[in-house]
Design a protein around this ligand. Sequence first.
Ligand code: SF4
Length: 193
Amino acid sequence: MNMPENQIPKERIEEIISDFPIYEYAWTETDRLPFDGKVREICRSECSMYGTRWHCPPVVGTVAQCRDKIADYPEALVFSTIWEADNENLTEMLGLRKQHEEMTAQIRDRIAEAGCDTAVLSTGCIPCEKCTYPDKPCRNPDTAFPTIESAGIVLPLLVEKTDMELSCGAGLVTYFSIILIRPKRQDPPNHKY
Ligand code: SF4
């Protein structure tokens, strides 16, 4: 498909995502993403993954470094999926999150085929039985994505700014991904998010 240089083919991308059972999506310029370093405090104090995985803070870099990397992509496609789920059933929840992550990787690949460079923030990696961190590289570097929060983005604020729904009600779980997009350049992205 021919497209003007330096232009993101949004219509083509919207066709692509219509092939997937997405609940809602929105476009935002990445300089409008709501960052707040306090998110990291929550990661540090409340998440058992902190400092234990390749795609979690602080291994992903400081919030300022994440923000710099994200700024290399002018546009972000934010989307959500919803699933019927028993919040108490952690095995079921992990299985649903895995489906969301697989769908995110497929959408990312289709957007790349449409002529864009991409990077992804999502719900975090589907944990291996034992993470290779810090001794060996990640086993799934192409499909294990850092969380939206790991970059210091305040998800509830982002959802509000983009007129999306954060929660769809009892018995349902909502997952979000952000695909960062820029027109394909000769120089490949200098980082994999
Ligand atoms: S996918 Fe596996 S190896 Fe990679 S960060 Fe997650 S747990 Fe570690």
